[in-house]
Design a protein around this ligand. Structure first.
Ligand code: ASP
Ligand code: MG
Length: 419
């Protein structure tokens, strides 16, 4: 008997029909002898709708009340899924009138304790007492993803896509055997199939590669969920709720096989919504970067690529990128830094950029991967604006309008269609 945490994303609970399907699936799995815990997202489009309403009132709405608002989508989904399971269980004769087979639970009701960083809260602790009690009497807990509660009882949310992280954290806390992430695609692909029709499904991928792909714009999993899964060595299975085929297993590098079996490039990722800030004419001196990025991080802005030039004539240039949603806040923070610390600083903002990246653990043992990427882009007439690398990835910032052709030429050039 295995303990399985199953997370259903927005499209998987997007209609009453899909919700009935989830209820049947969960009961079928339970009937096979497994213990099931469900984590659900808001119905598709619901969180966007709430965000849209809030931003009509305030373009930067992040606050306690914003979290309270956007967490509500999951409550609806939990209510409906639980209702569906209990209705189906009664129909199947599994329960008598007045009994239930599922119990809907919000973040605060099971003590998903987080810090107080609204809209980007991190889970600190999960109390499993109630969950264990329910599981032991064959009741399926149906838990609201994406939300938690801080030490002062305020509702917090974990960042967009955060119910993946809820599911992994709950699975880790329960020491579950498996954590299944049900979505509208049947796995993780070598690249976004909407950008390149040659994309192939990956059967097994390492946490490290998945983290890079997730952070680079493959929207299948929230990056923090993969970080967390890696930390607890919890295997993830990304699969479709529309098709019961085997999906993609996210595992440790050891479980992937040796260096021989590792592909050089596992995937090509693309992230369209990039904004680049270039700060020129900053007077050089110790602590410049600390001051700049300290202010940005205190404003909870996630900075991505950072490039600092070698200072000349006492001044230096620093460039960095942020996601489009953080750009307005970043530019406000920079104006403030200019006013208080670097009056001569010039701020240049460049929009409509994209980041394309190649990722693969096999890169560690193969020379020449980066240069091949640059040649492929050059042959396609694509200009590179910034380059960054890590052990297992190479990223280039390019014009957003060229993103699709960049992905296609890299996918082709690294022969990912042959996998
Ligand atoms: N409903 C939330 C969102 O749309 C959380 C999630 O779907 O994972 O971001
Ligand atoms: Mg998601």
């Amino acid at each position: 008997m295995a303990l399985i945490v199953q997370k259903f994303g927005g499209t998987s609970v997007g209609s009453v029909e899909r919700i009935r399907h989830v209820a049947q699936w969960a009961l079928d799995c339970q009937a096979k002898g497994d213990q099931i815990v469900l984590v659900v997202s808001a119905m598709s489009g619901e969180t966007n709708r709430l965000v849209e309403l809030a931003t009509q009132i305030n373009p930067i709405p992040y606050s306690r009340e914003y979290d309270l608002l956007i967490a509500s989508g999951e409550q609806i989904a939990v209510g409906l899924v639980t209702l569906a399971i209990n209705t189906e269980a009664a129909k199947r004769g599994l329960i008598k009138p007045g009994e239930s087979r599922a119990r809907g639970l919000l973040g605060h009701q099971i003590g998903i304790l987080t810090d107080q960083i609204y809209s980007k809260a991190r889970i600190q602790e999960i109390d499993t007492t109630l969950l264990r009690k329910e599981i032991s009497r064959q009741v399926i807990p149906v838990i609201a993803g994406f939300q938690g509660v801080d030490s002062e009882n305020n509702i917090t949310t974990l960042g967009r896509g955060g119910s993946d992280t809820s599911a992994v954290a709950i699975a880790a806390a329960l020491k579950a055997d498996d954590c299944e992430i049900y979505t509208d695609v049947d796995g993780v692909y070598t690249t976004d199939p909407r950008l390149c029709k040659e994309a192939r499904k990956i059967s097994k991928i390492s946490y490290e590669e998945m983290m890079e792909l997730a952070s680079l714009g493959a929207k299948v999993l929230q990056i923090r969920s993969v970080e967390l899964a890696a930390k607890y060595r919890l295997p993830l299975h990304v699969r479709s709720s529309f098709d019961p085929v085997e999906g993609t297993r996210v595992v440790s590098q050891e479980d992937l096989g040796g260096a021989m079996e590792q592909v050089v490039v596992a995937g090509v990722a693309a992230d369209a919504s990039q904004v680049k800030f270039t700060l020129q004419n900053i007077s050089e001196g110790p602590g410049v970067a600390a001051k700049l990025f300290g202010s940005l991080s205190r404003a909870a802005i996630v900075v991505d690529v950072i490039v600092q030039d070698i200072p000349s004539h006492g001044v230096l240039t620093v460039s960095f990128t942020v996601g489009k949603t953080d750009a307005l806040k970043a530019s406000q923070v920079l104006d403030e830094i200019k006013r208080t610390s670097f009056p001569a600083m010039k701020i240049v903002e460049e929009r409509d950029l994209a980041k394309v990246s190649i990722v693969g653990v096999g890169m560690q043992h193969h020379p020449g991967v980066a240069s091949k990427m640059f040649s492929l882009l050059a042959e396609a007439g694509i200009d590179i604006k910034l380059i960054t690398t890590s052990e297992i990835k190479v990223s280039c910032l390019i014009a957003e309008s060229q993103m699709k052709s960049a992905v296609q030429c890299l996918h082709q050039g690294f022969e990912l269609h042959r996998l």
